[in-house]
Design a protein around this ligand. Structure first.
Ligand code: SF4
Ligand code: SF4
Length: 462
């Protein structure tokens, strides 16, 4: 199937490194060769000594980044988000430079982990979620085959030692979310330094919040002890400002997809999510992209694309196959509600709060993940996003054996049917491409129904 949005169609096999970090041995060489010189040696945003998160000017505030010119050049040379086509090499170079400067690398595996605390400790938070099918056979030597591919892929990288970010991690912060992850961490923790956050799962229970706050205080103490640093309130506020700025830029980029006809694809937006937060060059690239996208002509091929609200499990780097199938079948993912999309960036942390740790706990405890019960915030968010992005349908992606999201399917389907009055499609799959043709047929059938019930205006107009 051809990509009708003037952008080369990409599979996980085409990804330079997405979700499939380069093998450990080659990593250093490739990072050194391919990374953008403009970002090389850029001072870390929140390095402990001297604290650049201190009084302005600081790389943690909104001062224009030294990468601005490079980002703008990249925008001119290869499109507004060209930098992110090299996301993994860029992150690798950044992490290697940070490590060489003495900054610890901290792996994270879930959006409940507050990156702000890690940044305020002078460390670099790196997402370690696996998106490659290649590491799953190795994982299945220890884990049951009937387990979510995201968990197996992440674990396979661990046993194979092929994720350079994991290999350079000084600590992994994990959390008690779904059963599969929670138990996988026990196996990983045999040989890796781990800190497991206990996430209470009744978000409306006041005692649950107090417990969560105590858990974050425990993480703060552990980071201070392990890395011999002090996380002062000022440093935490600076990291909060940095992350708020990143969230705000990513929200504004996502809002570009409100436009109809569109000027970018959902895949382009997804690619702009970096595995490391707070990289100054990434923030500069977001700003340059926003300017460029404001001038970009609509992507049209004479047929109106079906506007899709995608929800369900995270779509990590390397596992974008279903999104690509949707967009290659005449759809446009205008909003992605999941953890790789809007879910973690819809709410900011209160920068003015007297107690920044409490403010942090509040933001993260509101995350509407299916491990929470009840998880009504997710339905509220879906309702708002469907209206804001004028979705024509809801497609829910479920990774095989993800029980929490799969049970919530019933709530989401009812919301689509009874409240939003939108067609709904559930797609359950794993990281293997073997069912791609079947998924494409189902997606195309959905789109045909939508076109036949509401004939679209030709030429890409609404
Ligand atoms: S879906 Fe839930 S468990 Fe998975 S990353 Fe998001 S918050 Fe964490
Ligand atoms: S997709 Fe589901 S099963 Fe997999 S890690 Fe996330 S919550 Fe757990």
């Amino acid at each position: 199937m051809s990509d009708t949005c003037n952008r080369p169609s990409r599979s996980s096999k085409d990804e330079p490194c997405g979700g499939k970090p380069p093998a450990k041995k080659a990593a250093g060489a490739r990072g050194a060769e391919s990374a953008k010189a403009a970002c090389q040696g850029t001072p870390s945003p929140c390095a402990p000594k001297p604290s650049p998160c201190a009084p302005k000017p600081s790389p943690c505030d909104s001062t224009p980044s030294p990468c601005g010119a490079a980002a703008a050049k990249a925008a001119g040379d290869g499109g507004p988000l060209a930098r992110f086509q090299q996301m993994i090499p860029n992150c690798l170079e950044y992490a290697q430079a940070a490590k060489a400067e003495g900054r610890p690398i901290v792996g994270i595996l879930c959006e409940f982990t507050p990156r702000e605390l890690i940044l305020a400790a002078g460390a670099v938070p790196v997402c370690l979620c696996g998106g490659s099918a290649d590491t799953i056979p190795a994982a299945e030597r220890d884990l049951p085959a009937n387990l979510c591919p995201l968990i197996k892929s992440t674990y396979g990288y661990h046993t194979e030692g092929t994720n350079p970010f994991l290999e350079m991690a000084d600590l992994i912060v994990a959390e008690t979310t779904c059963d599969g992850k929670k138990k996988m961490y026990e196996l990983m923790g045999r040989t890796r330094p781990m800190h497991v956050l206990e996430l209470p799962q009744k978000p409306d229970d006041p005692t649950a919040f107090d417990h969560w706050l105590a858990e974050l205080a425990g993480l703060k103490a552990d980071l201070q002890r392990r890395f011999g640093t002090e996380i002062t309130d000022d440093r935490l506020r600076d990291a909060i400002r940095l992350m708020n700025r990143e969230r705000s830029l990513r929200r504004r980029l996502a809002e570009v997809l409100e436009r109809d006809p569109p000027v970018m694809t959902g895949r382009e937006l997804l690619d702009a999510k970096s595995n490391i937060s707070g990289i100054p060059c990434d923030l500069a690239a977001y700003e340059a992209a926003l300017e460029e996208l404001a001038r970009r002509p609509p992507l049209t091929d004479g047929t109106r694309r079906v506007r899709v609200l995608l929800t369900g499990v995270p779509v990590v780097h390397g596992a974008e196959r279903v999104l690509d199938l949707i967009e290659a079948s005449g759809g446009l993912v205008v909003a992605m509600e999941n953890c790789s999309g809007l879910k973690p960036i819809l709410e900011d942390v209160d920068e003015t709060a007297d107690d920044p740790l409490r403010a942090l706990a509040e933001k993260y405890f509101h995350l509407p993940c299916s491990v929470m019960t009840p998880n009504t915030r997710r339905l509220d968010s879906l309702r708002d996003l469907a209206r804001q992005y004028r979705a024509d349908c809801v497609i829910e992606l479920i990774w095989q054996a993800c029980l929490t999201y799969d049970v919530e399917v019933d709530h989401v389907r009812r919301l689509a049917d009874e409240d939003l009055k939108l067609p709904y499609l559930r797609i359950e799959t794993d990281y293997s491409p073997s069912d791609s043709a079947r998924i494409a047929v189902r997606v195309e059938a959905l789109f045909e129904t939508i076109h036949s019930t509401a004939p679209a205006t030709k030429g890409g107009a609404p």
